[in-house]
Design a protein around this ligand. Structure first.
Ligand code: DAH
Length: 360
């Protein structure tokens, strides 16, 4: 039949050069659509003589299926190429690190512990630790607290349960960080300069007391340490911690079994307009207990009181955190209320800086 080869050549060319599915569909219509060239030729078969039809029919049918197959093959390869292009465009590196989502905050107590550790280590104090479950010897006797002292009573102190016949010495949840003084003296001897921040426990619960709270103990022993150095150390600490240049401390004579003489220390502050300001005003706020270490305590720590002397102090961490960050209710510290934690918490990168008082 005339022109069949030309037709085949033309459509096969167009099919292989069709660049996208639309172009390919146009070729299909031009060849096999209702009015396509091949379809029209098939229609002509009807007017042919039987002999002509017999030779032209198979040729045309062959052409039709050849073009059909070429169209299908081209469509498949265009689809493959489109998929490849899409995969390339939507390429995703699953090994990339994820975008960090800030979650959680540093609790104000942890923040304050970091701050005071930074300040005291700048003054040459190392950090010491002791157990929270403490023998009553370390918690009381070694600190010169007599057996009949009211703080030893079950009223204030959590005693660990002992089964009948258990002859181990009585243990308590430590009621203060002062027993770490004894442990540090036994471990390190004199001279010594340590602080011991940590948890302490007492049976008490109201707006300003919780059964668990935090203290930081301080201890400095050397040949000739006096109250003057105690005063300087505490003033320097308050200046740095509260970030005010002018701090005024008031030492009030007091009594602790483990120090002689003993002093409670108040800081000058003002409550004007309901806002607390440290370092000015006419009010005083008690922030810590302190004194010169009692000879009995030195001896319990294995240190000769005729050779060595020193000072000690104990600060309520929760208390000074409330003061510094204006947190009104102590109990909120330990309620794990997410809204509170987000409000009062610190960003992980908010590293404590040594404040004005120290970096002169
Ligand atoms: N341990 C005392 C308390 O829990 C605080 C204290 C007072 C500690 C005087 C000291 C000190 O080291 O010298 O209330």
């Amino acid at each position: 039949m005339d022109g069949i080869d030309a037709l085949r050549g033309k459509f096969l060319d167009q099919i292989s050069s069709a660049a996208d599915p639309d172009a390919l569909e146009a070729v299909r219509l031009a060849a096999l659509g209702k009015k396509g060239e091949i379809s029209l030729k098939m229609r002509d078969l009807g007017q042919m003589s039987p002999e002509e039809r017999q030779s032209a029919g198979p040729v045309l049918n062959g052409l039709k299926s050849e073009i059909d197959a070429a169209l299908k093959a081209r469509r498949a390869s265009l689809e493959d190429a489109a998929l490849d292009a899409r995969l390339k465009a939507e390429w995703l590196d699953v090994t990339l690190p994820g975008r960090p989502r800030p979650m959680g905050t540093i609790h104000p107590i942890s923040q304050v512990m970091d701050e005071l550790t930074a300040i005291f280590s700048d003054m040459g104090f190392a950090v010491a630790e002791g157990p929270q479950i403490e023998s009553d010897w370390y918690n009381f006797d070694a600190l010169n607290i007599a057996p009949e002292h009211p703080s030893r009573q079950e009223m204030d102190t959590f005693y660990m349960h002992r089964a009948p016949g258990d002859n181990r010495p009585p243990h308590v949840l430590r009621t203060h960080t002062s027993p770490v003084q004894i442990r540090a003296m036994q471990d390190q001897g004199a001279p010594i300069r340590v602080i011991a921040p940590g948890r302490v426990y007492r049976m008490d619960m109201d707006q300003t007391h919780t059964p668990m709270f935090h203290q930081v103990e301080g201890l400095a022993i050397d040949r000739d340490i006096s109250m003057a150095q105690l005063k300087w150390t505490l003033e320097e600490f308050c200046r740095a911690f509260f970030e005010v240049d002018e701090v005024e401390l008031r030492f009030r004579a007091s009594h602790f079994p483990f120090t002689e003489p003993s002093a409670e220390v108040d800081i000058r502050c003002s409550w004007e307009g309901g806002q607390l300001k440290i370092g000015e005003g006419k009010d005083w706020l008690e922030i810590l207990g302190s004194g010169m270490v009692h000879p009995h305590v030195l001896r319990a720590g294995g240190i000769d009181p005729d050779q060595w002397q020193g000072f000690a102090f104990g600060v309520g961490i929760d208390r000074i955190a409330m003061l510094k960050y204006g947190i009104p209710d102590l109990r909120a510290f330990f309620e794990s209320d997410l809204r509170w934690l987000r409000h009062y918490g610190f960003a992980a990168l908010d590293q404590p800086a040594l404040a004005a008082g120290l970096s002169r």
